[in-house]
Design a protein around this ligand. Structure first.
Ligand SMILES: [Zn+2]
Ligand SMILES: [Zn+2]
Ligand SMILES: [Zn+2]
Ligand SMILES: [Zn+2]
Length: 301
């Protein structure tokens, strides 16, 4: 849902854009080894179940504990159950299940994001480390200003932004927008807008927001890339805002949506327009904010 009732955006003109169909990345193609990994997963499935903590169902890491009757549990659950086995109520003591720890060490398992395209196989302990940064892990919803917990791959998030957050979707690598706000002296952290651009076979999120930088009200615009950081670095973008014979220009690189929206904002990695300057650009009597922002996204050679 769009909270920007006080601020809205007009599209002034859509310039011609180059349709870079040739640049679509096919990163989700499952390789032959993905099929192999599937077979592997079935074979070690039962052992894998043994390594699931029966209390919290997370995968267990050393030290793996067990009660005198042989029921296993992970070390964080051991603390939580106040030293009594949740299965048989026996006192737990301090018995480690070394055998299970050794079994875990000998296991090789596919990445848990196999279904979304990762075909890699890892030793048990390395697998969990890999999964924290696997590029096939789901992305969080990039819609800022809400506590949205939706996650998924990029195509899924694009339709989620369009259908559930009613975000404006644009095709093309250039844009020319006007942000209008009727009461520009009212700046809350929640005032912001998001537009999604599709070009070069990729998706980009243009954030425009008003917030307090220290005590100073500012507007900020920045671009995020819907994909991995290494792909984001292949692009650049520029933003221009002006009026009354003055102009501010920003050139930067889009940041991956893996990085939090706040992190980009608080790192000031974008076009920052102080409110006085913004009102100056708007002309008129300062009662209405009218910011014309033009921008371009391009692919670096
Ligand atoms: Zn547990
Ligand atoms: Zn027990
Ligand atoms: Zn992976
Ligand atoms: Zn969302």
């Amino acid at each position: 849902m769009n909270t920007g009732s006080r601020i809205y955006m007009e599209e002034l003109q859509r310039e011609d854009f180059e349709n870079e169909i040739g640049d679509i990345y096919l990163s989700n193609v499952l390789s032959d080894s993905g099929v192999k990994a599937n077979v592997h997963s079935t074979a070690s499935g039962s052992v894998h179940e043994l390594l699931e903590c029966p209390v919290c169902t997370n995968s267990m890491f050393p030290p793996i504990h067990q009660c005198p009757n042989g029921h296993t549990l992970c070390s964080s659950c051991k603390v939580r159950v106040h030293n009594y086995c949740p299965t048989c109520c026996q006192e737990l003591g301090n018995i480690r299940c070394l055998a299970l720890e050794k079994v875990a060490e000998s296991l090789e398992l596919p990445c848990k994001y196999q279904r979304t395209g990762c075909s890699r196989i890892f030793p048990y302990y390395a697998k969990f480390k890999h999964e924290l940064s696997c590029k096939f892990r789901p992305y969080g919803c990039p819609y800022a200003g809400s506590e949205c917990l939706v996650n998924g791959d990029i195509p899924m998030l694009v339709s989620h932004l369009e259908n559930d957050h009613k975000v404006d979707m644009h095709e093309g690598s250039t844009f020319n927008h006007r942000y209008v706000k009727s009461n520009p002296h009212e700046v809350e952290n929640a005032t912001w807008m998001l537009t999604v651009f599709k070009c070069y076979g990729e998706h980009f999120c243009l954030h425009f927001e008003a917030f307090l930088l220290g005590a100073a009200p500012v507007y900020m615009a920045f671009l995020r890339f819907m994909g991995e950081d290494e792909e984001a670095k292949k692009f650049s973008y520029s933003l221009e805002v002006g009026g009354n014979g003055r102009k501010l220009i920003w050139q930067g690189m889009p940041r991956s949506i893996r990085e939090g929206h706040r992190k980009v904002r608080d790192g000031h990695d974008g076009l920052i327009i102080h409110q006085n300057m913004a009102l100056f650009f708007s002309g008129g009597d300062g009662q209405e904010l009218k910011l014309r922002v033009t921008g371009r996204i391009w692919k670096e050679q």
